[in-house]
Design a protein around this ligand. Structure first.
Ligand SMILES: Nc1ncnc2c1ncn2[C@@H]1O[C@H](COP(=O)(O)OP(=O)(O)O)[C@@H](O)[C@H]1O
Ligand SMILES: [Mg+2]
Length: 275
């Protein structure tokens, strides 16, 4: 793997004794008989904010779905909190914001509050009436994403950015330690994007949440994540965000060659990617 040095915040070193929150080893995934991911090795520790980037169709969503146990893997292992992904133990421990999250059907007849409430269901309380404690969780999550004013509105009536935040609030209400987001920045305006990134940053730094976020908004992800993974069928870079390869290095990693040979002769020679 081409790797920069892995940045490990203090909190990570402590939890290293108990092992990674997420551990993917030697994973290969086929979809409709086609290999999509191969030889994936990924370890994520508590409190890390990992950004996953890669071109369209490079397997980013497939990686998340495999981690969540929603896709069958052909080879390798996935462990979350040292359990297999389908374990009932993990119910409520992972907050997942899917790529289609903000595309909830327009005619969906539930309010923001009800949607967020769904996030508080876990194996212990699923058959009970909603408690005061759960109601407080819901309220806190709604406040975190700044949707107090629309808490009783139907989700279908919200703007794209508001809906994305509502879905994120659902993940937050679960009190999940690991939050997995697939393209949460798509379809939201710049202002919401910045507040969303700030929210994720706070969750990570102030509440010790572990965040795994897929995005093709390279600039946004660079601003917030500590560590970046560049995926294209397999992991081609995994390391410190500060050492993330520049565009020409990425082209090298992807085996893309310069088309306009002489046009950029004044440009700097690309920095070598550290091994
Ligand atoms: N249900 C599916 N069946 C077969 N191939 C799929 C399916 N979904 C996605 N793919 C293929 O898997 C590859 C990776 O897709 P995906 O993980 O969605 O990429 P990304 O999220 O990086 O854009 C693409 O080539 C895509 O066409
Ligand atoms: Mg995707």
């Amino acid at each position: 793997m081409n790797g920069g040095t892995l940045m490990e915040p203090k909190i990570v070193q402590e939890s290293e004794q108990t092992g990674p929150i997420l551990e993917v080893e030697n994973m290969t995934v086929f979809r409709s008989g086609k290999p999509i991911l191969r030889d994936i090795d990924l370890k994520v520790f508590k409190g890390e904010f990992v950004g996953i980037v890669g071109p369209n169709g490079s397997g980013k969503s497939t990686l998340l779905l495999s981690i969540l146990g929603l896709l069958k893997i052909q080879k390798g292992t996935v462990r979350i909190f040292n359990r297999p992904p389908a374990s009932i133990y993990l119910f409520g421990k992972i907050g997942w914001v899917s790529q289609a999250a903000s595309n909830l059907p327009r005619d969906i007849k539930i309010t923001v509050q009800e949607l967020v409430q769904l996030g508080t269901i876990n194996t212990r309380n699923m058959l009970r009436f909603i408690s005061k404690e759960r109601r407080e969780c819901v309220e806190r999550a709604i406040q975190m994403v700044d949707l107090q004013d629309v808490r009783t509105s139907e989700v279908g009536r919200l703007s794209g950015g508001q809906r994305q935040r509502a879905v994120i609030a659902r993940a937050l209400a679960s009190d999940a330690e690991l939050i997995i987001l697939d393209e949460p920045l798509v379809g939201i305006d710049r202002e919401s994007r910045n507040s969303l990134l700030k929210l994720l940053d706070n969750l990570c730094h102030e509440q010790g949440k572990t965040i795994l976020m897929v995005s093709h908004d390279l600039a946004a992800i660079r601003q917030t994540s500590h560590r970046m993974v560049f995926l294209e069928e397999t992991i081609r870079y995994d390391g410190d965000t500060a050492n993330f390869p520049d565009l020409s290095e990425l082209a090298d990693l992807r085996g893309i060659h310069q088309v306009h040979e002489h046009k950029h002769s004044h440009s700097k020679k690309p920095r070598q990617v550290e091994e």
